[in-house]
Design a protein around this ligand. Structure first.
Ligand SMILES: Cc1cc2nc3c(=O)[nH]c(=O)nc-3n(C[C@H](O)[C@H](O)[C@H](O)COP(=O)(O)O)c2cc1C
Length: 440
């Protein structure tokens, strides 16, 4: 049997950090390599496409962290995912610098109107030649809601609203028949009105009576990504997601997550072949194991405990400044992304004596609770194959460390090894993100 192909995306923010703590201080961080400029994204797009990646994936945070010490000051001081710019705008820049690379962008259903967002995604799907993906989030941090002047609904309601939001977007995107635009010079008809349905939606959360104004885009709908980890989040993913995105530390946990999701997808009446599961990873590699370990030591030297605690507090929704960093790590009442906390707790359990809060911060600051895979290209490839073959992973969302060096390392060192093993494409089979994702 042929080896299973692995899907790869690079997970970034449109931000300085760009996720692990303090990497902007790395000596290899290229001077002038600034996320706010098009050159940054163009260079990244070319690197990832050279490596046969499926997509660049932009996570997002609508409002900066403010949980640690109940203040914005540490966020600003440490550059803890702030400044952070709008991720959707990056899509056309990436598209112009590449031919096949997909662009997955995180947008919250709590912050938008379906009509407007459906229009924006359809427009971008045209501009990118059918390479858009949408990571659907409902927003977990209170600041995002306060910034918009709306109240944060409880989780179940956020997901119910997101369901209606998505179903309305589908209705809007599907309201034009594929052949509605005739552009017939002789008759003078541009669009056949009989092939465009008006949308008339009156639901619990949204009302929309509209003629959707965008003609059918290459993919029709963007590829839907989702990363909820609670039972509500997993059911939501099972109903909608084509790419399910998770954090699990070890192979058996990946297998359990995969089995759970396959069960939920079947229960939702969807074809399991239409969904893929990807795990977030931090890979540190070099020509040899010793070179990779030297790089790791350098990276560890950059992560600041307090900077990482700013991130952990914001993302988990719990203020770690209440504790001494030398206190043992225990489960806390996290209101945000519990998956990140659970993954760090799982790592702590496997360590003799468990983690202190500072240990947790040092690990989280580097890998955001994801597995940290360190080694030579063949050692990294072995681990990824184990995750794929025994854990059931369809692919990986790779965190950066220093930019652009860490993705160049992966593409120049690990990708050739994975290609030798038949795990990474040598060519893109289709033109759209969806076609390429589901290529064998
Ligand atoms: C791997 C992973 C990535 C996530 N990325 C984002 C993100 O970029 N922005 C965001 O606001 N939330 C993000 N989230 C949060 C989820 O969308 C969700 O709000 C959170 O996990 C809480 O929902 P849950 O209780 O269903 O897990 C992410 C969660 C996970 C597990």
């Amino acid at each position: 049997m042929a080896a299973k192909r692995m899907i790869f995306s690079a997970i970034l923010l449109n931000s300085i950090a760009p996720i692990p703590d303090g990497m902007w201080r790395h000596p290899r961080a290229a001077a002038g390599y600034d996320f706010a400029t098009p050159e940054y994204w163009e260079d990244l797009a070319r690197t990832l496409e050279r490596g046969g990646f499926d997509a660049v994936f932009l996570a997002d945070l609508l409002h900066p962290h403010e949980v640690y010490r109940g203040s914005h000051d540490p966020t600003l001081q440490f550059g803890a995912q702030c400044p952070i710019h709008d991720p959707l705008m990056v899509a056309p820049v990436v598209a112009r610098a590449s031919r096949h690379l997909g662009i997955g962008v995180t947008v919250s259903t709590s912050a938008e109107y379906p009509y407007q967002l459906a229009r924006r995604f359809a427009t971008l799907d045209h501009l990118t030649g059918g390479r858009m993906g949408w990571n659907v989030i409902t927003s977990f941090n209170e600041g995002s809601f306060r910034a918009l002047g709306i109240e944060q609904p409880p989780r179940e309601e956020r997901y119910a609203r997101a369901d209606e939001f998505l179903n309305l977007c589908y209705e809007l995107w599907d309201s034009w028949d594929e052949d509605a635009v005739v552009a017939d010079r002789d008759s003078g008809t541009y669009t056949d009105p009989a092939k465009v349905k008006l949308v008339d939606h009156e639901g619990k959360y949204f009302s929309c009576r509209a003629l959707f104004p965008v003609k059918p885009s290459p993919q029709g709908r963007p590829v839907i990504w989702q990363a909820g980890s609670s039972p509500e989040g997993r059911d939501f993913a099972a109903r909608h997601a084509e790419l399910i995105f998770a954090i699990q530390q070890w192979t058996p946990e990946m297998r359990a997550f995969d089995d759970d999701m396959r069960g939920r997808i079947a229960a939702a009446g969807r074809d399991q072949e239409k969904a893929r599961v990807m795990y977030q990873l931090q890979v540190v590699t070099g020509e040899t194991e010793a070179a990779a370990k030297a790089k790791l030591a350098e990276l560890e030297g950059l992560v600041r405990v307090e900077g990482a605690l700013v991130l952990m507090s914001g993302i988990f929704g719990y203020d770690f400044s209440q504790h001494d960093p030398s206190d043992p790590l225990t489960d806390v009442a996290a209101t945000g992304v519990r998956a990140g906390l659970e993954s760090i707790l799982a790592a702590s359990e496997r360590q003799e004596g468990g983690f202190t809060i500072a240990d947790a911060a040092r690990l989280y600051g580097l890998s955001s609770g994801s597995p940290l895979v360190v080694g030579s290209p063949s050692q990294v490839a072995d681990t990824l194959e184990e995750f794929a073959d025994e854990g059931g992973a369809d692919g990986f969302n790779l965190l950066p460390t220093d930019m652009p060096g860490s993705y160049r390392d992966f593409v120049d060192l690990v990708i050739p090894e994975l290609r030798r093993r038949g795990r990474v494409r040598t060519h893109y089979a289709g033109t759209t993100l969806r076609e390429n994702l589901f290529q064998p």
